[in-house]
Ligand binder design. Structure first.
Ligand code: HSE
Length: 441
């Protein structure tokens, strides 16, 4: 007697842009492999994309095409809705309506999750469906699944992530090729790494969206996105990258999350890293996330953080996980946010003024007797101890850079010292401050 073949899990794909096309390509290419791994087939029934327009109703390898996402959301046969259109609306409504209809949903939409995650996950909890989102952070790097499962037995002490490839490419060019920021950005745009409007990437928001997701999975706490301090790389000058190199550092845009016990500290800003650290060696558009667990110690995830194939790989992993749940009827074996819903608890956020770090400070000072003793005197008055000083060059009548690296200090004391110095007649420009993530607390 011939055994019945297992019934397929039915998918609907919304959004046929870069990632959506990558997902479709992977699905068509690896259908046999996927079935061997899953033990049942995946059937992509429909694709919705507004650009389909005139081709509405037509057929692609037996897949129904439509410009209207509601055709997928309303289709009772579709079990998993894959949202890859990005942006807040209509993505938010599409996901909420799909969840309300008790479909499982997959998205790679980091902005939506960072800003409206609680609303979406609360709907998922109420309807007992599933939401998976590995593609939202680090492209193809399986960091979220690792936080939820592989490292789930540890308290997460800290995360340091290079989670924006565009910024990392720009800083890499500034570092190795001595380009200024504007030329490095132009180069990134010419190569298609940076958008025509690059602000989301270079001003740190894209990294902050990803950090909010990493933070909520790490600490079991809802994260108020607007409470995350965010500073991008727009103001970075090549001279500081070069002084940093003399001190043994490499500049990176970091997403940082730390558990201080009484509070959690999440922030995005450029930071100097010791040149011998693994993160400092992550160049170009690559991403890397260093997680430190209390028992495990540090572990580094490295790979392609964007692009069609890497992100489609993450989306496919999610589809497979949710399809297995549908096939077996065992939903929420692993809670989507890594903690049981009722066990998630708000945590106070550390204010930027309360962080402790080492600091790189570049003063533009008048080259005259007493300036260095003035600068070190003000820092000393604020309880800030100096680790090293670089002063070079003499410019008649002009100002010269004086670089001071401090030992660990609180941000509040550094800011108070800089307010005094920047109002004095000893300097000609506002001081440049860059945090050093070396021996930090
Ligand atoms: N724009 C992002 C980056 C990729 O530059 O890393 C998508 O998350």
């Amino acid at each position: 007697m011939k055994s019945l073949s297992p019934s397929p899990v039915v998918l609907g794909l919304i959004g046929l842009g870069t990632v959506g096309s990558g997902f479709l390509k992977l699905l068509l290419k690896e259908q046999k492999l996927l079935e061997r791994r899953l033990g049942f087939p995946l059937h992509l029934k429909s694709i919705a994309d507004r650009r389909i327009g005139s081709k509405s109703g037509s057929d692609l390898n037996g897949i129904h095409l439509t410009p209207d996402p509601n055709e997928i959301v309303e289709d009772p046969e579709v079990q998993i809705v894959i949202e890859l259109i990005g942006g807040i609306e209509p993505a938010r409504s599409i996901l909420l309506e799909s969840i309300r209809k008790r479909k499982s949903v997959v998205t790679a939409n980091k902005a939506l999750l960072a800003l409206h995650g609680e609303e979406l996950f609360s709907a998922v909890h109420a309807s007992k469906t599933d939401l998976a989102f590995e593609g939202a952070v680090g492209g193809g790097i399986p960091i979220l699944r690792s936080l939820r499962e592989g490292i789930g037995g540890n308290r997460i002490l800290s995360i340091k992530g290079i989670i924006n490839g565009t910024s990392n490419y720009i800083l890499t060019r500034m570092n190795y090729d001595h380009l200024d920021f504007a030329s490095a950005l132009e180069d990134a745009q010419a190569l298609g790494y940076a958008e025509a409007d690059p602000s989301l990437d270079i001003d740190g928001m894209d990294a902050a969206h990803k950090l909010a997701i990493l933070g909520t999975l790490s600490f079991g706490a809802p994260i108020e996105f607007s409470a995350i301090p965010v500073q991008g790389i727009r103001e970075i000058q090549t001279i500081d990258i070069e002084f940093g190199r003399e001190l043994g550092y490499v500049l990176k845009l970091l997403g940082i999350a730390k558990d201080h016990g009484h509070s959690i500290d999440l922030r995005v800003h450029p930071a100097f890293l010791p040149e011998e650290s693994l993160l400092a060696k992550v160049d170009g558009v690559f991403n890397a996330v260093e997680v430190t667990g209390d028992a495990l110690g540090p572990v580094l995830f490295y790979g392609r953080g964007a692009g069609a194939d890497p992100t489609a790989t993450a989306v496919m992993g999610d589809v497979m996980e949710l399809a297995r749940a549908i096939h077996t009827g065992c939903f929420h074996q692993v809670p989507p946010l890594g903690f049981s819903w009722n066990e998630r608890k708000p945590r106070p956020m550390t204010g930027l003024a309360d962080i402790r770090s080492e600091y790189y400070l570049r003063f533009m000072a008048h080259d005259q007797p007493g300036t260095l003793s003035y600068l070190s005197g003000v820092l000393g008055d604020h309880g800030i101890s100096i680790e090293s000083v670089i002063q070079k060059g003499r410019q008649k009548g002009g100002s010269v850079p004086v670089v001071i690296q401090t030992h660990t200090a609180t941000e509040a004391s550094i800011q108070a010292a800089l307010r005094a110095i920047d109002h004095s007649a000893h300097v000609t420009e506002p001081t440049v401050l860059i945090r050093v993530e070396g021996k930090t607390e």
